[in-house]
Design a protein around this ligand. Structure first.
Ligand SMILES: C[S@@+](CC[C@H](N)C(=O)[O-])C[C@H]1O[C@@H](n2cnc3c(N)ncnc32)[C@H](O)[C@@H]1O
Length: 293
C-alpha cells in the first residue's frame, strides 16, 4: 500500500525546496517528493510504500529547517487506531500518573546486567513511558534516548527525571527517527501493542539501529499470563484491553518465528507486577547482532 505523508515546514524558496527534496531522496530513494510553497504551511509531501516520518523530520531539521508531520493527513487505516491508542495512553497517564510506580521492571534489571556485562554504553528505549526503566540505566552510566507515543508520558518523564533525556515524540511505526545506531535497545511492554505487520517492521527497524555486536532486549506479555483471553477477541491471540489498546500474546513458537532473523540469543518467562496484588507473565527476549568480521 502506498502512503502519503504531509509535513508542515518553513521552507520558503524553490532553491531551499530542491535542497530538501535532494536530501530526503537520499534517505528514501523510492519516494516521490514535492512541495506546495503556495500553502501557508509550506507543505512537503512524501509518497512511498513506507514513509518513516521520523526520518523525514530529522533529515529536514538537520538542514536547519522546521519540519513537523501533520498526523491527520497521514495515509492508512492504522493511523486512526494509532490516534485512538495515543488518546488512550494520554488518558491513562493523565489519570494515573506513575501507574507502575518508580521501580524499574524486573526485565529492565536483567537487561541492565546484560548491557553492563557487554560494555553497552548507549541505548534506545522505544515505548519510553514516564521513564522508570530509563532511570535505572542512567544510574548505571548508560546513556538513553527514548521514543514515546504519549505526550502526557513525556511530560511526566520531564517532571520526574528532568529535561536532559532526549525522547522522540512519535510512534515506533515511523522509525527510524535518526540515522544514529546504538549499542543496545531496551523495549518493555510495547511490541505486543502493535499489529502483526507493525511488529515485524518494528523488530527489523530496531535491529537496523543496532551497532554490529549490539544487544537488544524485548519483554512481551505471554500466553501463560492470567490476562490472556481477557477483553474482546480481535484476532488470533489478540484481545482489546481498552479502547485503542489491543494486546497480542506471545508464546515461544511466535518468538522464534518473529526474531529468527534478528540474532535471537535467549528467551525465558518472567513475572512482572501489574499492580500491587497481581503479576503478569512476560517473555524476556535477547538478541545479539552479528559482529562484522
Ligand atoms: C505498557 S507501557 C510501558 C511503558 C514503559 N516501557 C514502562 O515499562 O514503564 C507501553 C508504552 O508504549 C507507549 N506506546 C504505545 N504505542 C506506541 C507506539 N506505537 N510508539 C511509541 N510508543 C508507544 C505507550 O504510550 C506506553 O508509554
Amino acid at each position: 500500500m502506498k502512503c502519503v505523508e504531509i509535513f508542515k515546514t518553513n521552507v520558503s524558496t524553490s532553491e531551499e525546496a530542491d535542497q530538501v527534496i535532494n536530501a530526503v531522496k537520499k534517505v528514501l530513494p523510492q519516494a516521490q517528493i514535492n512541495f506546495d510553497l503556495d500553502d501557508c504551511d509550506k507543505i512537503l509531501r512524501v509518497e512511498g510504500i513506507s514513509t518513516p516520518s521520523g526520518m523525514v523530520v530529522s533529515t529536514v531539521m538537520e538542514l536547519g529547517y522546521y519540519c513537523e508531520a501533520i498526523p491527520d493527513k497521514v495515509c492508512t487505516d492504522s493511523d486512526t487506531s494509532l490516534k485512538d491508542s495515543e488518546n488512550s495512553w494520554n488518558h491513562s497517564f493523565n489519570e494515573n500518573k506513575a501507574i507502575w510506580g518508580f521501580e524499574p521492571s524486573g526485565s529492565a534489571v536483567l537487561a541492565k546486567e546484560l548491557f553492563l556485562q557487554h560494555g553497552v554504553k548507549e541505548i534506545l528505549i522505544p515505548g519510553f513511558g514516564y521513564g522508570r526503566n530509563a532511570a535505572l540505566f542512567i544510574k548505571n552510566n548508560i546513556e538513553v534516548t527514548g521514543i514515546e507515543l504519549s505526550g502526557s508520558a513525556i511530560e511526566l518523564a520531564k517532571e520526574y527525571y528532568g529535561n536532559d533525556v532526549k525522547v522522540f515524540h512519535g510512534s515506533v511505526t515511523s522509525m527510524p527517527f535518526e540515522k544514529k545506531t546504538y549499542d543496545g535497545i531496551f523495549c518493555y511492554g510495547l511490541l505486543y501493542l502493535l499489529n502483526a505487520e507493525q511488529r515485524l517492521k518494528f523488530i527489523k527497524d530496531c535491529y537496523n539501529q543496532l551497532k554490529p555486536g549490539g544487544w537488544m532486549v524485548f519483554s512481551v506479555v505471554s500466553k501463560k499470563s492470567v490476562n490472556y483471553g481477557k477483553g474482546r477477541s480481535v484476532g488470533k491471540d489478540t484481545f482489546e484491553a481498552a479502547k485503542g489498546i489491543e494486546v497480542f500474546f506471545y508464546d515461544v513458537e511466535k518468538i522464534k518465528e518473529d526474531f529468527e532473523h534478528y540474532g535471537l540469543y535467549n528467551y525465558f518467562e518472567i513475572e512482572e507486577p501489574a499492580n500491587p496484588t497481581t503479576t503478569f507473565s512476560f517473555l524476556w527476549i535477547s538478541c545479539n547482532k552479528k559482529q562484522i568480521t
